[in-house]
Design a protein around this ligand. Structure first.
Ligand code: NAD
Ligand code: WQD
Length: 353
């Protein structure tokens, strides 16, 4: 007797060909590891504008198999068409874009051009090639200045977004909501990441920001490695337990596993999930946790607030737990240990390709 699998059951067998757009970056490389662990086949397209081919070579060492890699700008629609013909992806995880908040204020056109036009080009090719499964890297930034905490997927979006980067995420979410009704086959999941930190426990891959890190965790890691003198703590007069900013830091491997869970539970239309831990951690708590992980004090100085920062931001991940069967399992201490393992093995980041 023939055994007939429903499409969703087939997907769960874990043999999908997944195109990771922007897959050579910090989060994409960790998702590759989680996809391979579930038997999926990752394919990467990235223009390497903020990443290195060495990161892909490192992932190949972790997963012990070659990864199909294409260097291309997503806005080059003809190249993307050829890539889809060659690789035949079943689904796309779209991580590609520029993400530096301060830079987006200084260079708004570059951010709107890259983030929006890369997405439009990708969606055009997906529609043409009849690939309708998409997971998009959105961000807690769409919630702007939270009205109340914890943030749920129904919380207000758009109020108090303070930079063009944040607006590109807001706008792309809207583009995806507008696309979905045009063809009932679209299955789109928006994942709103909170603050991704940590690294794969091997220490082979991790966050390697170009120039001075914008984000707290890589800055702390570079101070611990002796690349910088001290951490500037942006304000200690917020309405939080110790006066410093509170965020929902999520281990990048938990985040990566959230993508695999989302892939296995794609449904028609658009679904939105917060990927965070539900726990708030202050700047000083993170500095102290990192200090314990690396076994040395992390010098810091209290400075003025950073414009655009909110006092506290953390989510309820309950919807993802209910629908995707996913929840973060790793702690802040795990993230600091893994981040230090990566940073101490690679004090200057990835070597030149
Ligand atoms: P990343 O910069 O390490 O990765 C993004 C990748 O996209 C890079 O490898 C870059 O080279 C590539 N890219 C940029 N423009 C491209 C283009 N036009 N064509 C092809 N590739 C292009 O960033 P990340 O931290 O891995 O973030 C991945 C995604 O998650 C981004 O969309 C980011 O906005 C989003 N996100 C990140 C965070 C965070 O704190 N890291 C938080 C929320 C959301
Ligand atoms: C965390 C806390 C700072 C650096 C940003 C983006 C957001 C998302 C994640 C992509 C805050 C404080 C920081 C430093 C500090 N990215 N801080 N000294 O601002 O929550 O979110 O990254 O989508 O869109 O806005 O993260 O790591 O920059 O800051 O005191 O040198 O650390 O004030 O309280 P943020 P962050």
């Amino acid at each position: 007797m023939d055994v007939v699998f429903a499409e969703s059951a087939l997907d769960r067998l874990g043999d999908m060909r997944i195109l990771l757009a922007g897959g050579a970056g910090y989060i994409g490389t960790h998702i590759i590891v989680s996809l391979c662990a579930q038997g999926h086949v990752p394919i990467v397209v990235d223009d390497l504008s903020n990443s290195s081919k060495v990161a892909i070579e490192r992932v190949e060492r972790i997963v012990e198999r070659p990864i199909s890699f294409h260097q291309a700008d997503l806005r080059d629609t003809d190249t993307l068409r050829r890539l889809f013909d060659q690789e035949g992806p079943d689904a796309v995880i779209h991580l590609a874009g520029l993400k530096a908040v301060g830079e987006s204020v200084a260079q708004p056109l570059r951010y709107y051009d890259t983030n929006i036009n890369a997405t439009v080009s990708l969606l055009r090719v997906m529609a043409e090639k009849q690939v309708h499964k998409l997971i998009f890297s959105s961000s807690a930034t769409v919630y702007g200045d939270p009205e109340s905490l914890p943030l749920t997927e129904d919380s207000r979006v758009g109020g108090g977004i303070s930079n063009p980067y944040g607006w590109t995420k807001f706008m792309i979410e809207q583009i995806l909501r507008d696309i979905a009704p045009t063809d009932p086959r679209w299955q789109i999941t928006l994942l709103r990441y909170f603050n991704p930190v940590g690294a794969h426990p091997s220490g082979l891959i991790g966050e390697d920001p170009a120039g001075i890190p914008n984000n707290l965790m890589p800055f702390i890691a570079q101070v611990a490695a002796g690349r910088r003198d001290h951490v500037n703590v942006f304000g200690d007069d917020y309405d939080t337990a110790d006066g410093t900013g509170v965020r929902d830091y999520i281990h990048v491997m938990d985040l990566a596993e959230g993508h695999v869970a989302a892939l296995n539970h794609l449904t028609n239309g658009v679904a939105t999930y917060n990927l965070g831990t539900g726990q708030g951690t202050s700047v000083l708590q993170l500095i102290h946790a990192f200090s314990a992980a690396c076994g040395a004090p992390i010098p810091y100085q209290i400075t003025a607030r950073r414009p655009g920062d909110v006092a506290a931001c953390y989510c309820s991940p309950a919807k993802a737990t209910r629908d995707l069967g996913w929840q973060a399992t790793r702690t802040i201490d795990d993230a600091c240990r893994d981040s230090w393992n990566w940073q101490s093995q690679n004090p200057a980041g990835y070597p030149a390709a």
